[in-house]
Write a new protein. Structure first.
Length: 273
């Protein structure tokens, strides 16, 4: 049996194949788009590292975040690192961390909760005296994305700021980090309305399991290759590994040509942008 195929038939087959390829391409792209949108809407801050040594992409872009005075990345044209530490409780390692920062003249921001101010006031005072920022990690460390009521949202931030004022006699600088990086658009808008700048991060690693700490080599393996211009680094002050390696880590970053900046520099509050 023979089938005669004309030029017209071939053209129709080619056109159909092209349409099919286009539909499949769009189909393949659609799940990726949905995944990104779902991640952003889910209330969990997330990063995607595309190229080693280059800034990662957040599930909300730096440009989008800026409309709410929120940040995860500094100027990518500058070899500047912004050091931040989340301090949910004191685990005996903050003094060593402060020693390393002082040795390198490196400013940092410690995001603390109410319990930290109550249990380790002397360390909070040392942070202030040595020129670090004490940031707001909320009074009780709740999932802030689950708080829709503006008064309840404000109480978490003001409650921590009140404790800070009572201890130091100073007003808290208005830098806020949502616990666990959980957020929503309405949360970002509420924080902005209250005058707080929301600070996410562009580099972190799994350092918070106190009974399963990374080795020095594992820590360096994450923190050295992925460092990048304008990095906002999140470390936990509860980490024994961080306390042990910080001096060497800062030395390694300095050897790569980086300097350490303050969040006030990141947000342009000291006249720089």
């Amino acid at each position: 049996m023979f089938i005669t195929i004309t030029r017209g038939t071939l053209r129709r087959i080619a056109a159909g194949t092209a349409v099919f390829a286009l539909v499949m391409a769009l189909f393949m792209l659609l799940p990726q788009r949905q995944t990104a949108e779902t991640a952003a809407a889910s209330g969990n801050w997330g990063l995607s590292f595309q190229v080693e040594g280059e800034p990662p992409e957040g599930n909300v872009s730096a440009g989008q975040l800026r409309q709410w005075d929120a940040y995860y990345l500094g100027d990518t044209a500058q070899k500047t690192i912004y050091l931040t530490f989340d301090a949910g409780y004191e685990n005996g390692f903050t003094s060593a961390i402060l020693d390393a920062l002082k040795k390198h003249n490196a400013p940092a921001c410690f995001f603390v909760v109410g319990n930290y101010i109550d249990s380790a006031p002397e360390l909070v005072l040392r942070m202030v005296q040595e020129g670090h920022i004490v940031g707001n990690h909320t009074l009780h460390h709740p999932d802030m994305s689950a708080i829709a009521d503006e008064a309840a949202f404000e109480a978490e931030l003001d409650g921590l700021a009140d404790k800070y004022r009572e201890l130091t006699g100073e007003e808290m600088k208005k830098f806020y980090r949502p616990p666990q990086g959980k957020f929503s658009e309405s949360n970002l808008a509420m924080a902005q309305k209250l005058g707080w700048r929301t600070i996410f991060w562009s580099l972190a690693y799994v350092d918070w399991y106190t009974d399963n700490q990374p080795t020095d080599e594992e820590a360096f393996g994450k923190l050295i290759p992925r460092i990048h211009n304008g990095a906002v680094v999140l470390l936990h002050s509860t980490s024994e590994t961080n306390a042990r390696i910080l001096d060497e880590l800062l030395t390694k970053w300095e050897a790569l040509g980086y300097r350490f900046g303050s969040l006030e520099e990141l947000t342009g509050e000291n006249g720089q942008e």
